[in-house]
Write a protein that binds this ligand. Sequence first.
Ligand code: CA
Length: 242
Amino acid sequence: MSRLATPDRTAPGVRLLVVEDEPKVAGALREGLEGEGYTVVVESSGEGAFFRLATEHDRFDAILLDLTLPGRDGLEVLAELRRQGIGTPVVVLTARDTLDDRVIGLDAGADDYLIKPFAFAELLARLRAVGRRGRAVDADRVSLDTLSLDRATREVTRAGQPIELTAKEFDLLHYLARHIRQVVSRDTLAREVWRETARSTTLDNVIDVHISRLRRKIDLGHPVALIQTVRGVGFVLRGDAG
Ligand code: CA
């Protein structure tokens, strides 16, 4: 009986961003992880990591983040990512073996942490765990600025206040949230949210009405408008003016 080839490496194709300023440690991580089949990109500063993630976070399945970095430290990078609604799983690497740092790391939105020095096998185990968890979390819970939504319960809150949405409004918001910071066209919304293959003026109007209702419910009275129109292109959910 023929069998599909089974890769002997544990993580073929999984893309990791390693943020580590010590060349020796970064080199060892790259070598070890590539040996396991991970695709590894290394950034050696918080600033570098931040800018790469601001534009390319979709390219990474997980991030290994050293906390003590020159310039912006790891916690700052992490907090900023989470503030922008980027939910890529993060494993914090820290030499500072104190309870405070662990609490801070997890509060800031880390998925797990490892105290240096750590066993490589332990790192692999943590990466597999956050990989499994990360996919589930990404699918079910999204948060941006003070907005959060939970697909499982269909609950939406802004600044802690529950918001009542119709089923279609929720589906629309959830679609925008799953494609956070990406401009989504009316064509795409017609296909993906309304399940209509042909676009029409009537449907465009329906979409626009839903967008303006969502705006009223989500953004009205809040300092940051999350649902933004990109003229001539579509809509985007993001937490800043850019
Ligand atoms: Ca360091």
